[in-house]
Design a protein around this ligand. Sequence first.
Ligand code: 5GP
Length: 194
Amino acid sequence: MELLKQRIEKDGLALNEHVLKVDSFLNHQIDPVLMQEIGKEFAERFKDAGVTKILTLESSGIAPSVMAALELGVSVVFARKRKSLTLTDDLVTATVYSYTKQESNTIAVSSRFIKKEDTVLIIDDFLANGEAAKGLIEVVESIGAKVAGVGIVIEKSFQPGADEIESKGYRLESLARVESLKAGEVTFKDEKAE
Ligand code: 5GP
């Protein structure tokens, strides 16, 4: 997605060879106009997938998911990372190792909001080792619902998550694919491959 790549080039900051900081439009401050375009792009790519629900992970997955959900006419469920006093019933959980925080979290979704009849599109902000996406897939499948695919705003293609998800047969749509990072420099995969 050209607009997203331009924005990453302009405002993204490669902290080192592994981590890209995009807190001026996605991870802290949010640009709603860009999010709307991202939502449209996800909706276009998954328009024939029969999506009935979007599942994401709090908190950075919520904005792009809501915009995609608006376009597709479905609701969004965000998996909780923290224990909540009000989220107590019918919880389906998975353990996810957080790439950025370097700790394990239990993610939880209430089975009141995702049913076995659902076809679920999983959306997240970044794909690195695939832990978050795999945890969300685990939740959907343990409910008995269908995974429509995985939509990612920024894929770091040099880390193993993308290959792993595709090799397991899931459809993966990443709006920007980063081939490599160096302090202060971002190279996109499509620049060489296409
Ligand atoms: P994974 O679970 O695929 O290993 O990592 C994905 C999660 O880690 C995302 O939900 C995202 O919050 C975080 N993450 C991974 N890599 C980056 C990165 O380079 N920059 C930022 N801002 N977050 C990242």
